[in-house]
Design a protein around this ligand. Structure first.
Ligand SMILES: [Zn+2]
Length: 71
């Protein structure tokens, strides 16, 4: 059997931040979307099977989609 293995970064979550934040990429002042993401090993680039990193929390600018990592 031939397996194609790759990595895939999956994010989920759509909560809005409580405060408005100014995006350092595009300058928009807005409530950002809070997301959680993890890197997975995936089969055939489709099926995430094994998480290879811890959860990363980030926020995404609603205007330009730039992501910023949070602690
Ligand atoms: Zn932005």
């Amino acid at each position: 059997m031939f397996l194609i293995i790759g990595t895939k970064f999956i994010t989920w979550g759509s909560a809005k931040t409580a405060e408005t934040i100014r995006c350092s990429n595009c300058g928009t002042l807005a409530q950002f979307t809070e997301k959680t993401g993890m890197n997975f090993i995936s089969l055939f680039f489709l099926v995430p099977v094994i998480p290879i990193s811890g959860k990363k929390r980030m926020i995404e600018c609603p205007n330009c989609k730039a992501r910023f990592q949070t602690e």
